[in-house]
Design a binder for this molecule. Sequence first.
Ligand code: TMP
Length: 213
Amino acid sequence: MAVKHRFIVLDGVEGAGKSTQIQRLAQVLRDAGEDVLVTIEPGGTTIGEHIRELLLSPDFPAMTPLTELLLFCASRAQHCDEIIRPALEAGSVVLCDRFSAATFAYQGHAGELGEDLVVSLDAAATRGLTPDMKIILDLPPDEGLRRKFKEEGAANADRIEQNAPAFHERVREGFHRYAERYPDRTAIVDASGSEDEVFAGVCEVLGIHRGPR
Ligand code: TMP
């Protein structure tokens, strides 16, 4: 099985099932003989993990929208240079849990900074590194948060999850706007079905044909 996409991102609203789908995809690609790196944003490096803690901790409600955006971009810059670019150069397939589309949807569309500032800071952070395919798992945000809090408990919600339902609705809208703006390498997959159904949608987008399980 030839895997033509080397840098693949899964993104979407909270609780859409990205990490489960990424693990399944990684397994299929490894079974096909690929060397696969699974990584995450914000995070993916030691510096990025520290930035992630700052960004998600409910202890910092005073964080301004611009600081938040710059921190997401700082994590991405480090991640691209330290991990993603070298892995791609070494021939690995990189599966990344969130990337630029999340910044567009959360900070640019749902947040108050506007899409243009986000797009230009993101371009500086990535220095032109763009995924071969971005798959946006789409789900009503109330359903996603319900699934997530059922697993993790609402009391453990992070600073961004704690936003009002209307914010999460705008995030979903932001992902759709992103897909309209960058239709070439972006696909929206309905994430409301079973894990198997969603995975079938992910594989279809990537042109991966699996035998019977
Ligand atoms: P996760 O819980 O899916 O790992 O994502 C961490 C949180 O960070 C999630 O609430 C989405 C948010 N986020 C942004 O707001 N902007 C970004 O650029 C990224 C990568 C994540």
